[in-house]
Design a protein around this ligand. Structure first.
Ligand code: PRX
Length: 645
């Protein structure tokens, strides 16, 4: 091994069946005979109503792929019904609310009954197979019931993160033409109410096609009520039987749409298909987390993000696991809450984002050390590169140097984990997501599309299809081709840069496109810029990221005022509020720099590369500025940057 900083496989994983040798041979086999490999996994991990006719067909370079054509299945049956014979009384979803005394648990039998009652309710409201249903929920079990109930009746869910503004919610509802919204009166986090139903009311002012809103009574707070449109979840579900025949779905039928940010202002409605998605999330959950019968698994992601979909709901439940859902905050009532949860619920596997790890680390070790954490066996991270310091803290302090750190790289579009250590197989290097999962062939390309052989750094692409690959951007296949397949013909372009070392380990270096990663959340620069220019005082805006000790990246905005506008602290707070109300709190700029002009090429393109360096105070080598229409803009920007004040 080439790096000094190497952590061998912990002792108790040395006995795991997935040794390095086994991984190497399985990996080779999965690439040499992908159809045989995936058909074997599909038989072992998934229950089918009808077997498939062919494992894989399609044209990868056109983004047209089909996995398990002819196969029929239902995802809710895979996540619930097939477990009933053996584990009807085992807890499927363990829920802890905002405060320690709010706890609920649902066994697989109870999960079945809740999902069936809701599925029947959806049918009663006129939801048919293929219809889109928007889910805008806090972290409560009903969010998982809603996803599974959609899957049961063949409806396509579009979960929208509860932190998104009414405006963002409206955009998403309109884009995929949802006619039903499932929400709650309010979410509660850190003792504060989040007005979800009020946001839905506001969003729906522009969504005339939404005929029904199903409202979970969670906080009991006062809400507005639209007679005929709004229905209490508990009233309608109570009237329905706890049995609902699952729809027989075709393998390629859509399962869900999840919106994510791309480099344009328009959110990307990533569509995932039934069989490939459930197979891949089931298999990756099994191998990557090395889940063992009876263990408690906690994923810290919100259900509104892909991690919440794949590794809080679908992957764990399809494996018959006990998945813990926590509705509160990391620091509520104090910074030891997570470790208190780990001890009380005897959590064995914890999966969270580097931003959370850094925030907890900043509070001090004493919050962790108050609790035993002896149940922990494996620790995972996802969402952004993890800096070695945070990795080591997670490993040494949280895991007492016993638990492997499983740094998983993947994306909304990939559906499941793509590059990851396999516990038992990999020596670990802090900051590296290590090696590809079975069946995944990553490559690095230079900017001209030439393949980099051996160690090197470049654009991370994937060669060839995998079952949970994005199928399309809802309603716009051409945009999906332009975004992911046309940059480097023949490859799926991830939008990330990466380095590969002498041992074939991958180190993700971050986005190479105009996408920011704030606390593990993707935000397009164009989305923030479009929000800023809505203000009457703003003529133009350009947004870049700067490093942030906790969030990973923070937003730095360069703003040109209108001729008649006067920059002021009040105006800055208006702009910050505007980004929050247009997009959500995660899009608030950390710093706003006013400028009379932005650096542009003669053809009018903003040179973000230069802005990024100015925002970071890295102005010694700005690169070639001769192509700028007005090079003097640069000096002015440097003099007024946050670093020169
Ligand atoms: O830049 C990569 C980063 O998050 C992006 C995907 O974001 P999203 O679709 O929201 O999904 C996040 C959860 C899967 C990637 O393009 N990213 C994700 N995981 C890692 C990561 N960067 C470095 N290391 C990771 N483990």
């Amino acid at each position: 091994m080439s790096e000094k900083n190497i952590y061998p496989v912990p002792d108790h994983f040395q006995q795991a069946w997935m040794t390095d040798e086994k991984y190497q041979s399985l990996y080779r086999y999965s690439l040499e005979k992908p159809e045989e490999f995936w058909s074997y996994k599909a038989e072992r991990f998934i229950s089918w109503f009808r077997p498939w006719d062919s494992v894989y067909d399609g044209d990868f370079s056109k983004g047209e792929v089909s996995w398990f054509r002819g196969g029929q299945l239902n995802v809710s049956v895979n996540c619930i019904d097939r477990h009933l014979e053996q584990r009807a009384d085992q807890v499927a979803i363990l829920w802890e609310g905002d405060t320690q005394d709010e706890q609920k648990s649902y066994t697989y039998q109870q999960l079945h009954d809740e999902v069936c009652k809701l599925a029947n309710t959806l049918k009663h409201l006129g939801v048919n197979r293929g219809d889109r249903v928007c889910i805008y929920m806090p972290m409560i079990p009903e969010a998982a019931f809603a996803m599974l109930a959609c899957a049961r009746v063949g409806a396509v869910h579009a979960v929208v993160f509860g932190g998104f503004s009414p405006h963002s919610l409206q955009d998403r509802i309109l884009d995929c033409d949802c006619q039903v919204v499932i929400t709650a009166d309010e979410g509660i986090r850190g003792g504060k109410a989040i007005s979800l139903k009020a946001n839905v009311d506001e969003a729906l002012q522009g969504c005339p096609d939404v005929r029904n809103v199903l409202v979970v009574k969670h906080s009991g707070g006062d809400i507005n009520w639209v007679e005929g449109r709004d229905h209490w979840y508990h009233t309608l579900t109570a009237a329905q039987p706890a049995v609902c025949e699952p729809e027989i779905m075709e393998a390629e039928d859509p399962l869900f749409i999840l919106y994510t940010s791309g480099s344009t202002g328009q959110p990307n409605g990533v569509l995932h298909a039934t069989a490939g998605y459930i197979l891949y999330t089931t298999v990756t959950f099994h191998y990557v987390f090395d889940y063992r019968e009876g263990e408690v698994y906690w994923c810290g992601a919100d259900v509104g993000w892909i991690t919440g979909h794949s590794y809080m709901v679908y992957g764990p439940l399809s494996n018959g696991a006990t998945t813990l859902m926590y509705a509160g905050l990391l620091f509520w009532p104090d910074a030891s809450r997570i470790w208190d949860i780990v001890d009380r619920h005897q959590v064995n596997i914890a999966y969270t984002a580097p931003t959370a790890i850094r925030a907890l680390m900043a509070k001090g070790d004493e919050y962790v050390e108050k609790y035993s954490r002896s149940s922990l066996r494996l620790l995972g991270t996802v969402g952004e590169p993890i800096n070695p310091e945070a990795w080591q803290w997670y490993y040494n302090v949280v895991g007492n140097s016993r638990c492997p750190i499983i740094d998983t790289w993947w994306q909304t579009e990939t559906g499941g984990i793509m590059i990851t250590p396999m516990p038992g197989a990999n020596a670990l290097k802090p900051g590296s997501a290590t090696r590809p999962f079975l069946g995944i062939r990553p490559a690095l390309l230079d900017d001209d599309g030439n393949k980099i052989v051996g160690p090197g750094e470049g654009n991370l692409v994937i060669c060839g299809s995998w079952p949970s690959q994005i199928r399309t951007l809802y309603g716009d296949h051409q945009r999906m081709l332009d975004t992911y397949f046309n940059h480097f013909p023949g490859y799926y372009c991830t939008g990330d840069g990466a380095r590969r070392d002498e041992d074939g380990y991958y180190w993700i270096t971050g986005r190479v496109d105009d996408v920011l990663n704030i606390s593990g959340h993707r935000i397009g620069t164009a989305e923030v810029e479009s929000a800023l220019v809505l203000h009457r005082a703003v003529a133009e805006a350009a947004v870049v990221s700067i490093p942030d000790a906790i969030k990973g990246e923070a937003i730095y905005a360069f703003v040109t005022p209108m001729d008649d506008a006067e920059p002021s602290p009040e105006l800055e707070s208006e702009l910050i509020k505007l980004t929050a109300s247009e997009i959500g709190s995660i899009a608030k700029p950390h710093h706003i720099q006013w400028t009379k002009a932005l650096p542009k090429t003669r053809s009018g393109k903003i040179m973000r590369r230069i802005l990024r360096k100015i925002a970071r105070g890295d102005t010694d080598n700005l690169g070639d500025t001769t192509t700028l229409a007005d090079p003097s803009v640069v000096n002015h920007l440097i003099e007024h940057s946050a670093y020169c004040q």
